[in-house]
Design a protein around this ligand. Structure first.
Ligand SMILES: CC(C)(COP(=O)(O)OP(=O)(O)OC[C@H]1O[C@@H](n2cnc3c(N)ncnc32)[C@H](O)[C@@H]1OP(=O)(O)O)[C@@H](O)C(=O)NCCC(=O)NCCS
Length: 308
């Protein structure tokens, strides 16, 4: 799909940032959100992905360059399945069949997929017909106007981590194990651990990681990124980890205070993050900072050992 094509009507069925808009969704705001999704498609295609459409909807597949290198197998992500609410089940099945057949011709061996709970037909087809397994349900959270001001009390001031901190941060990243990579039995623990080790290293090198220290040791970390998506610029909090011995002591609040200050100091730009549906501790902590759920997505994996 390029920018000269008309926008598929199914895009309007999945307005991901809709939950961030207070009050009724005006036609103007709806158009803006459809444009965000159209831009997501253009950007994914520009970085080696592709899209396929039929009357049921649009499937957007991203080329996972980082995963391909890390896991040593060609990897792709069925990132979005925009389905018309009245889509015929057989048309949904045809779309999935065509997408996965095309992936096969491209030599894809590892897959991830994200499916809205409302798309139960697609979810069941991916699991029952295509050998995907459910590894997580991701809860997307945010606020169009996050609260301004600190709530952490300043006991643990957050600061931008330095390259010299990477060894400590990598060790701290091992404290996060209840996630889709560790849960997937087809992924070796060392490779799952490597995902977070590389994530915190790259974020530190990019100046996008805040940390909290105690006696010189990093005891909490939080990745931050500014995203400039068409009409909707927003701040993204990626990963938050607190060392087990420091949980329940205000470190999360210090990290979030720092992240809100860095990403939306005046509360004028949206702030988004995500966590696992089962991670109630994180959800309660994010809620204290005004970040509430706006979408949930089932996350599925399939690997070469399951590929027919
Ligand atoms: C989620 C997490 C970042 C919260 O950090 P924190 O600094 O402990 O945050 P809080 O102090 O707000 O505590 C969160 C909840 O855990 C509870 N808690 C208290 N002490 C705890 C302890 N020793 N161990 C675990 N949880 C504890 C708190 O009471 C709070 O629950 P409540 O809201 O019902 O009171 C931390 O638990 C963690 O690092 N978990 C692993 C990584 C992770 O899941 N990250 C989020 C996904 S990106």
């Amino acid at each position: 799909m390029d920018s000269s094509e008309s926008v598929h009507p199914a895009l309007a069925a999945d307005l991901e940032l809709r939950g961030l808009v207070a009050g009724r969704l005006t036609d103007e705001r709806r158009e803006a959100l459809i444009e965000v999704e159209a831009e997501r498609i253009r950007r994914t295609i520009a970085s080696g992905g592709w899209a396929m459409a039929n009357p049921a909807g649009v499937a957007l597949v991203a080329n996972l360059i980082w995963d391909t290198e890390h896991f040593g197998e060609p990897s792709a992500d069925l990132r979005r399945l925009y389905l018309s609410p009245e889509a015929d089940p057989s048309a949904i099945a045809e779309l999935l069949n065509a997408v996965l057949a095309h992936c096969k011709t491209l030599g894809i061996k590892r897959y991830s997929a994200r499916v809205l709970p409302a798309s139960a037909i697609a979810l069941n087809l991916l699991i029952a017909q295509h050998g995907f397994r459910l590894v997580d349900t991701s809860l997307e959270i945010g606020n169009a106007r996050p609260p301004v001001g600190d709530i952490g009390g300043g006991r643990w001031p957050a600061e931008t981590a330095q390259v010299a901190d990477i060894e400590q941060l990598v060790k701290l990243s091992h404290a996060f194990t209840d996630n889709r990579f560790y849960r997937d039995p087809a992924i070796a623990t060392q490779l799952a651990r490597g995902v977070y080790e590389k994530w915190v290293s790259a974020a530190t090198q990019a100046g996008e990681l805040l940390c909290v220290r105690d006696a010189g040791q990093c005891v909490g970390l939080c990745t931050t990124r500014q995203i400039d998506l068409a009409t909707t610029p927003f701040g993204l909090i990626g990963l938050v980890i607190v060392a087990p011995a420091y949980r329940g002591r205000g470190v999360f609040d210090a990290l979030l205070d720092g992240a809100r200050r860095a990403l939306c100091p005046d509360g004028e730009s949206a702030l988004v993050s995500s966590t696992q549906l089962n991670n109630v501790a994180a959800q309660r902590a994010f809620a204290r900072h005004g970040l509430y759920p706006f979408a949930a997505r089932h996350v599925l994996h399939r690997s070469s050992s399951q590929t027919s």
